[in-house]
Design a protein around this ligand. Sequence first.
Ligand SMILES: NC(=O)c1ccc[n+]([C@@H]2O[C@H](COP(=O)([O-])OP(=O)(O)OC[C@H]3O[C@@H](n4cnc5c(N)ncnc54)[C@H](O)[C@@H]3O)[C@@H](O)[C@H]2O)c1
Length: 324
Amino acid sequence: MKVLITGGAGYIGSHVLNLLGEQGHDIVVVDNLSTGRRESLLYGRHEEFDLNDTEKLEALIKEERFEACLHFAGSIVVPESVEKPLEYYDNNTINSFNLIRLCRDHGVNKFIFSSTAALYGDSAPGGICTEETMVLPINPYGRSKQMTEMMLEDTAKVTDLNYVALRYFNVAGANVDLKIGQCSPNATHLIKIASECAAGKRAGMSIFGEDYDTKDGTCVRDYIHIDDLAQAHVDALSYLERESKSAVLNCGYGHGFTVKEVVATVKKVTGVDFPVEMVGRRAGDAGILISKAEKIRSVLGWVPKYDDLELIVRTAFEWEKKLK
Ligand SMILES: NC(=O)c1ccc[n+]([C@@H]2O[C@H](COP(=O)([O-])OP(=O)(O)OC[C@H]3O[C@@H](n4cnc5c(N)ncnc54)[C@H](O)[C@@H]3O)[C@@H](O)[C@H]2O)c1
């Protein structure tokens, strides 16, 4: 298939690019390398420009006649979105608006969108989110993504565009073959940061908030291995080829770990102790976010292979040691 991938040099996009590239798809990646890395582009042709350059984007989409678009590009740091809301609406919502419009105008009718569990905010009873859980984001990042889902839903109703919005829970780890991994500069992802500590790249780390209503007071998240998440995109693309239907699907395993449990697992798996400081809550963090994960299995036939926190941590750590 002829595929456009935005943000393909980033953490998640590069793992999906790797799988789709292995399958022989004809791929063009648009990425401005703001947080992505050229070395992560193992397949496809790279067009280095910002998605806000709608003239360039339109010329590319017109010229290439893509069959599908996978849209990963965006800004992803929740506390930063609280500080700079308009920048987040700009990069996540306005750029998505233009991309969806150009896909509609030029017949790209299969669209896969990187959405997020942040859409649920604190609205799910017990933090267990089904796709029917009320969408009530508590930070600009989540709202910027909610608006993109709304645009896709409304567009799909009146055009032949079908989409799959994948609501990722906490993505972690590296490709099991260590071909690729997370390179994000200044990452805020817990397992990445703890692995950096274990690899001696950071002196220590902080845990934000010890007074949440959870078993040890720290936040609970559902950690999904990056290769399983990448496979979900391949399955979503097959689904869009097979069915003329859209879907909104959670991507998680259906169970969670507290921050303290994750840090303890990193120390155990790596055999390295490092300083951990308890500090106050961070703006925009929900207490518990766990996916109810049945729908993606039944709709896409997705079968996760790496639902194992120790394996997730091991791949993250091995990658961290390899990463220069
Ligand atoms: N990492 C997670 O745990 C997580 C969870 C939920 C949702 N998501 C979503 O998944 C997507 C990918 O996340 P990631 O973790 O790979 O982030 P990332 O920062 O590693 O990747 C984003 C990529 O998009 C590129 N980019 C950003 N803005 C751009 C622009 N205006 N024009 C062109 N390229 C641009 C960056 O250079 C980078 O390569 C994001 O949309 C994010 O919101 C991620």
